[in-house]
Ligand binder design. Structure first.
Ligand code: ZN
Length: 635
């Protein structure tokens, strides 16, 4: 692979490139994950998961839909749901980041082949979509509420942005520009006053504007954001909140309705706010996300409490056994947190990204990369079942990791995130560098003043809390290096070339004239700890959870233990054992009664306290059928 000289391409290998903001993201050409927790997952993702996604999309006819649409004669024999085009686009996006990450010529060829397929389905006027407008199909844009046409177009644009930023400007970008022009022609100031039921076109148009310099795309994104919230879509049986069309974006106080829709819209609103200098809009979305984190987010960082509409619950409605926490919502929460981090520089958004990475993203995918969770429950009462590796699951609201779901949005979504993950680790600010996420990674970039700096970050994170950052190249002179002390890390210590000091949670900056070989070491205390819920989360009152560093733990039962009868002793602190955490707990014997309620509190006799081994939540359901719980009732 030909590697561009560090920092020379201002947009290279980055999913999001704001023209202004507190922080400038580094790209895949500047940060490379080389080993450890995420390198393993990136390898599996870049091989097995991408192959798996491609083979299922071929098998189910989702790629073939583009060929059928091109034929243009007779009724189109279209397969899959109306939004299946988007999954192909997301896969192309993931493959594009993979080309940037590894220089893989095989993936490059595959992207070219899929681009050819997609391009042939594009109408002469630029419209692209296989579910509408063909012979025997409903007219284009005749179902904005549920048709997902603009949503799909958004994923096409994002794929083209990814391929262009990994060195492949060409046919895919041409296709995307023509599709974006068609969107602007159709829905612009003089066109139809419409919005898509599923946001996504908004951040996509902004990113395409950032890439191409085309003002029209940014204006159109702004229009879509402003049009949202006026109840212009048909009344939905879940209410207008389902598609965030109940309240204008800048007037809302919290994210609500369908989680992924709300988060994608918020991403677009931040993008528009940043590019237009609309501080009020930026502050409004940040406040909505902050309130959502404070009241509507599970311990894992997962979002969504309602299966029926894949939606947020009301404040503090966070029942662990009804945690929807869609994998896509995890990806989308990272997308939003990343945008807010870049815009504001507030370190807490990097904490959110870390939490979601280790507890939603890492949980969702099987070790072999060929099965995944759609929903991520925090309490599995009924034992999971193994599902066949060659059958898609119809229900997508829960269940085990499955090779495929009828709606398989989550797998390519995780794939595009993992392939581009190294672009989420480090940023530059006005003077120096900021490290947000810890991994074995090599950084090679230029400071804002043009001086080259290379760093080697090494860590056993998240198992071990020591992070060492060594300067491996420098043009000389000092620069500030900022590290994030996570919100959970009390008692962290920073060791610099000039000394050793305790550091509180938040960003910590080392200003030094670094020479090659200089090291900064962050020592994060990784003692397991009890975590208590806000008393307003009724569903887990009287429970504790166990965390260690950024990782949430869980109890898992493979045999007959009834986790519903488990009681943990909150007086004995959890301790490390090899590969897990030990708590003192007992199983109780509540017995059976005809009626589960009574006039006095029910006390069940229990066995003596004994050691119970917990495992990282992201490791659950990998050893066979299991029950599991994250929140543990106390004795
Ligand atoms: Zn999904």
């Amino acid at each position: 692979m030909t590697k561009a000289s560090p920092g020379t391409d201002p947009t290279g290998g980055r999913p999001v490139v704001p023209s202004r903001g507190a922080l400038r993201p580094l790209g895949l050409d500047e940060v490379r994950v080389v080993d450890g927790f995420w390198a393993t997952r990136q390898r599996v993702n870049g091989g097995a998961t991408l192959d798996h996604g491609r083979s299922w999309m071929d098998k189910l006819g989702w790629t073939g839909n583009f060929t059928a649409a091109r034929a243009g004669a007779g009724e189109v024999d279209r397969r899959g749901r109306e939004f299946s085009d988007s999954e192909v686009y997301k896969l192309v996006e993931a493959m594009s980041w993979e080309v940037g990450r590894t220089g893989s010529t095989d993936r490059d060829r595959e992207v070219a082949e899929l681009t050819e397929l997609i391009a042939l389905a594009q109408a002469p006027d630029g419209y692209l979509g296989t579910a509408f407008g063909g012979p025997g199909q409903r007219p284009r844009h005749s179902d904005l509420a549920s048709g997902h046409e603009l949503y799909c177009a958004g994923h096409l644009l994002q794929a083209a942005v990814a391929r262009t930023r990994t060195g492949g400007a060409g046919p895919l970008l041409d296709v995307a520009r023509r599709a974006a022009d068609h969107v602007c022609d159709t829905f612009g100031p003089d066109g139809t006053w419409g919005i898509c039921g599923h946001p996504n076109i908004e951040p996509a148009l902004v990113e395409l504007a950032r890439l191409t310099g085309e003002q029209r795309y940014l204006d159109q994104a702004g229009l879509f954001v402003r049009r949202r919230g006026h109840q212009s879509l048909p009344q939905h049986h879940f209410g207008w909140a389902y598609y965030s069309d109940d309240v204008p974006v800048r007037d809302a106080t919290v994210l609500r309705g369908h989680v992924v829709r709300a988060l994608y819209l918020a991403c677009g609103a931040v993008d528009v706010a940043v590019e237009t200098g609309d501080g009020e809009l930026l502050a409004a979305v940040a406040a909505q996300f902050d309130r959502t984190l404070a009241r509507r987010t599970h311990l894992t960082g997962g979002m969504g409490s309602r299966h029926m509409d894949e939606a947020f619950g009301e404040d503090f409605v966070l029942p662990p056994d009804r945690s929807y926490s869609e994998t896509c919502a995890g990806v989308a929460a990272i997308m939003l947190a990343w945008r807010l981090l870049l815009a504001t520089g507030v370190s807490r958004y990097a904490d959110v990204i870390e939490r979601v990475l280790y507890n939603v993203v890492a949980t969702a995918v099987s070790d072999d990369g060929r099965a995944f969770f759609y929903a991520n429950t925090l309490h599995q009462r009924v034992r999971t079942v193994d599902v066949p590796t060659d059958e898609q699951q119809l229900g997508f609201g829960g269940g085990p990791r499955a090779p495929w779901f009828e709606v398989s949005c989550c797998l390519p979504n995780v794939a595009r995130l993992l392939a581009s993950l190294s672009a989420y680790l480090v940023t530059a600010d006005d003077e120096g560098l900021r490290i947000h996420q810890y991994a074995d990674a090599d950084v090679d970039t230029r400071l804002p003043d043009g001086r080259r700096v290379a760093l080697r970050m090494r860590t056993g994170y998240p198992d071990d809390g020591v992070v060492t950052v060594r300067v491996t190249a420098t043009d000389g002179g000092g620069f500030p290096l900022t590290l994030r002390v996570p919100e959970w890390a009390t008692g962290a210590v920073l060791v610099t070339p000039t000394g050793r000091r305790a550091v509180p949670p938040g960003p910590v900056t080392v200003r030094h004239a670094f020479a090659v070989g200089d090291e900064v070491r962050l020592e994060l205390p990784l003692r397991p700890r009890f975590t208590h819920p806000d008393p307003r989360v009724d569903a887990v009152r009287g429970c504790v959870a166990v965390e260690r560093g950024p990782v949430v733990y869980c109890a898992e039962a493979l045999a007959d233990e009834d986790l519903d009868t488990l009681r943990v002793d909150p007086g004995s602190l959890p301790v490390d054992v090899d590969g897990g955490v030990l708590v003192r707990a007992r199983f109780t014997a509540p017995g059976e009664r005809a009626w589960p309620y009574g006039p006095t509190p029910r006390r069940a006799p229990g066995a003596p306290l004994t050691g119970l081994r917990l495992l990282p939540y992201h490791r659950w359901a990998r050893r066979g059928p299991a029950t599991m719980r994250v929140w543990l009732p106390v004795t």
